[in-house]
Design a binder for this molecule. Sequence first.
Ligand SMILES: Nc1ncnc2c1ncn2[C@@H]1O[C@H](COP(=O)(O)OP(=O)(O)O)[C@@H](O)[C@H]1O
Ligand SMILES: [Mg+2]
Length: 228
Amino acid sequence: MNKIFLEVANLKKSYDNTKNSITLFDNVNIKIKEGELVALIGPSGSGKSSLLHLLALLDEPTNGKIIINNKETKNLTDVQKDNLRRRAISIIFQDNNLLTDFTAIENVMMPLIIRGENKKIILKKANRILKDVKIFDRSHHFPNELSGGEQQRVAIARALIAETNLILADEPTGNLDFKTSKEIFSLFLKLKKLKKTIIFATHNRELANRADYKLFISDGNIKRVNAS
Ligand SMILES: Nc1ncnc2c1ncn2[C@@H]1O[C@H](COP(=O)(O)OP(=O)(O)O)[C@@H](O)[C@H]1O
Ligand SMILES: [Mg+2]
């Protein structure tokens, strides 16, 4: 039995300002085990990106707890959060967040450069991963010289190189054709075999159904739904 890697207890997220307040979800309880591949689904605007930002510790819940690898994250300082993220969490953002002044391969190398790892080894790993995501021939292009789908593959490569235990992906295949989407999904399956935990938001039903199960955000709740 794999152990619980990520636990959310009594989680609430609302956005409040002077004019209006919206609650995306409330009293959410989820336990995700290591090695689980989970699809996060729900209509546009239901809170998928917000939940992923919370799990990445980039935003604070309105209420409730987020426990990662048995560590309650509420009282961590920003520096401690940065460190935890660097070691344990990779994020593929919806709008890919590539550094515009760096080439594709430099973007991919960045997480390991920040960790201070050996340059030669980093370069080797980056080349391999760029091949895995089928973007090797664009290694020396800058983000603005790449198509949306190519940028997304670079962002995926950047997340994979860090070999973190938790991978959060926000519509990672949103800009990709179906064939490339399936190839990215098969990389997720490989990571699952390595006991990585992967949560990916998607509108793609076929990919969602190939996850271990789905988390469906609707009506202020997040329900577990078995993949069909
Ligand atoms: N910083 C914010 N302030 C106020 N409302 C926000 C903020 N971020 C997101 N929202 C709102 O929260 C809702 C959920 O957004 P989001 O998490 O991006 O949904 P999804 O990723 O499922 O499309 C949307 O209605 C959005 O307008
Ligand atoms: Mg979103």
